[in-house]
Design a protein around this ligand. Sequence first.
Ligand code: ZN
Ligand code: ZN
Length: 165
Amino acid sequence: MPVKRSRKCKYSECGKKNILTPSGLKRWSGYCNRSCKTKRNQNHIPWLKKTIQVEFNALVREKGVCERCGNNFKVMQCSHVWSIGSHSNLRFDILNALCMCGHCHNFWWHLEPMESRDWFAKRFPQRDKYLRAVKETIKPWTVDELHKIREYIKNKDLKKLVRFA
Ligand SMILES: [Zn+2]
Ligand SMILES: [Zn+2]
C-alpha cells in the first residue's frame, strides 16, 4: 500500500486537507482545484503585481511606434523612465512608461542614461516634473487598487493609469 500524505490547500481560507498518494503528490499544484487557486491569486499581491505588469507592459507596447526614433516594428518593448525595481510605486503609471523599439531601449535608453534622461526631460517636461515629484512617495499596493488598475488596463483607460493624479 502506497503511503498517503496530507497537504493543506495553499488557499488559506479554504483550509481543506487533501490526502495524496506519492504519484498524486508529484502532480499536486498546492490547491484543491482551480477555484481555490483563482481565489488565492486574486487576493495575493505578489501574484497580482506580476500578472498586471505583463498586461500593463503589453498595453504600452501596443502603441506600436518607438517614442524615440519613430520606427515601428512587429515587436516593441516597454521602457520605464524610473526603474520599477527601485520605484515600484510607479510600476503601473502610464506617465512612467514609453513604447520603444528594441534598439532604442537596449542600446540607447539603458546604455546612455544621461543622454536619454535628458532627452526625456526635454521631450516631456510635464511628465518629467510629475515623475520627479512623486517618485519617492510611499504608497503600498492594496488588492483593491490592483484590481482597479487591472480594469483600467483592460479598458485601455490610460487617463486613469496616473497613480498620483
Ligand atoms: Zn482549497
Ligand atoms: Zn527606436
